[in-house]
Design a binder for this molecule. Structure first.
Ligand code: SF4
Length: 440
């Protein structure tokens, strides 16, 4: 099989640390040949697999790996290792298991690799540089896309305005240049980016043609840079005029509620009772009154950020109002985490087009920026639950692992109302205030 070249993020490390999270929080659908392969492996009770249920079950028109009552994949052992891997080697596992946490996306005639920050090792940047795993990633990409090598069209820049992968690459280079300005807080870097997007959105169609784009981009970049350079101190302090509107904060909480929702085989099996609870929690998140609904940690977050750190985890219920005060601003290490996150998602083109609900480039970039206040809202919740008024890195890491699980993967976020929310926040010019408010 011929190897495909894949563009990899430069700033990211990863190795699996066996938290078992992905084996509990994902439903693994398998191909017909994988089903036949697993069935021919001859699994018996002496191997430690459950005997009270089938190992493979129907899912949609195909098959998936089954789960135990505690949510774990039937092949997960007590040490957090895969029994298929242990008994038959890594290549014997389904492709989806071998692929995680990588995500391969088309970019014109080529491919890009992004990583899912739902894996705690990705969030913590643990392991070896992904550039060192190039051969393995390209082999996985070849296997995944062997029959689908048609060139994919670039997403529109904004609704109705054609764009191409070459101009997108140039735009992302300027955006990355802005995000690399580590002398500024991440909140300020993102406010500049939002202004750049606003200017780009307002540009006449003939200004974003292939010939004009090379002149337009540097001019817009400098305009956005100058607009914030003199106001840096004020923007860092999030003055009263930057306080987001009540409506904007409500919309952010709705986004958080959708990103926090983890559907697994175990939770779906809980039936109508769970759906009613989700509905009530959604209403409470919208109203933002009283206590924040309690959200149990996903397994990976509990293992990586609570149990392995020897902590008890968030202990007390928190009022919505407690999350609106300052939490000490983004520290350098928290800003570094977000910088790496944005770099990986931008390099992987994981924010627009086929990788992200077919969003336009501008809508997708705004959705990515909204992850900043959304993650910090959840990080504040975790810190408050432990009676702390200042964020620690692990609060933000855990929050990012919880929310990125759904970024680009939740069917709820694919709904028209979710895209409309991003556009409405932009029209109200409320994304920058949300960034400043929750970044302080
Ligand atoms: S979530 Fe990440 S660290 Fe945990 S088992 Fe999966 S790949 Fe390994």
């Amino acid at each position: 099989m011929s190897r495909i070249s894949v563009l990899l993020p430069m700033l990211q490390n990863w190795s699996c640390h066996n938290c078992g999270g992905c084996c509990r929080e994902h439903e693994i659908t398998i191909t017909e040949s994988e089903r036949q392969r697993i069935e021919s492996q001859g699994w018996v009770s002496a191997d430690g697999v459950p005997t009270d249920r089938p190992l493979l079950v129907r899912a949609g028109g195909g098959w998936r790996l089954n789960h135990r009552d505690d949510g774990a994949c039937v092949f997960l052992d007590d040490a957090g290792l895969c029994r298929i891997h242990s008994k038959h080697g890594e290549a014997a596992k389904p492709l989806a298991c071998r692929m995680y946490p990588y995500a391969i996306h088309p970019a014109g005639a080529g491919l890009t690799a992004s990583l899912r920050f739902s894996c705690p090792s990705v969030v913590q940047n643990l392991g070896v540089s992904v550039t060192g795993a190039r051969a393995e990633i390209e082999s996985l990409a070849s296997e995944a896309l062997q029959s689908k090598r048609a060139e994919v069209a670039c997403p529109e820049l904004r609704a109705g305005l054609q764009f191409d992968w070459g101009r997108l690459t140039r735009l992302l280079a300027w955006i990355e240049r802005g995000l690399e300005q580590t002398a500024l807080s991440m909140a300020l870097r993102l406010q500049r980016l939002l202004l750049l997007l606003e200017l780009l959105e307002q540009s006449r169609p003939d200004a974003v043609t292939e010939e004009s784009f090379g002149h337009l981009l540097p001019a817009l970049y400098v305009t956005a840079e100058r607009a914030f350079s003199g106001a840096a101190a004020g923007a860092e302090a999030a003055p009263a005029e930057l306080r987001p509107q009540r409506l904007a904060r409500m919309m952010l909480r709705q986004l958080v509620a959708q990103l926090l929702r983890h559907d697994t085989a175990e939770t779906v099996a809980a039936g109508p009772q769970r759906r009613l609870r989700l509905l009530l929690e959604g209403v409470r998140m919208t109203l933002g009154l009283g206590m924040v609904p309690r959200t149990p940690d996903p397994n990976s977050v509990r293992v990586a950020f609570v149990e392995r750190a020897g902590l008890a985890g968030p202990r007390r219920r928190v009022r919505f109002a407690e999350l609106e005060r300052g939490f000490g601003g983004g520290s350098r290490e928290i800003d570094e985490l977000f910088h790496r996150y944005f770099h990986v998602k931008l390099q992987g083109r994981a924010f627009c087009g086929p990788a992200f609900y077919d969003y336009s480039v501008i809508d997708g970039l705004r959705s990515l920026v909204l992850m900043y206040p959304a993650v910090l809202w959840v990080a504040r919740l975790r810190a408050s639950g432990e009676d702390r008024g200042v964020l620690q890195l692990r609060d933000v890491q855990a929050a990012l692992a919880m929310l990125d699980h759904n970024f680009g993967y939740s069917p709820v976020l694919a709904l028209r109302t979710s895209r409309r929310r991003v556009q409405q926040l932009a029209q109200l010019r409320q994304i920058a205030p949300l960034v400043a408010w929750y970044g302080r």
